[in-house]
Write a protein that binds this ligand. Structure first.
Ligand SMILES: [Zn+2]
Length: 63
């Protein structure tokens, strides 16, 4: 469920999975410390830290 009224704190980010050359999403974990998810094709786990440099990395480079 997307909450458009809270655009500054999105519950997910879109990322590029280099492993399968496909686009996917990472969702914020319960603690709100990381975005976590899996590649939609190969189910490779991916995560991006929230805060610091993590928020600027919208693209996940596998391998
Ligand atoms: Zn993949």
């Amino acid at each position: 469920m997307e909450d458009e009224t809270n655009s500054s704190q999105r519950n997910f980010i879109g990322i590029w999975f280099d492993c399968c050359q496909t686009y996917g999403r990472l969702y914020k974990n319960k603690a709100g410390t990381m975005y976590v998810g899996r590649c939609p094709k190969c189910l490779r786990p991916a995560s991006v830290r929230i805060g610091g440099e993590g928020t600027n990395r919208r693209f996940f480079r596998g391998g």
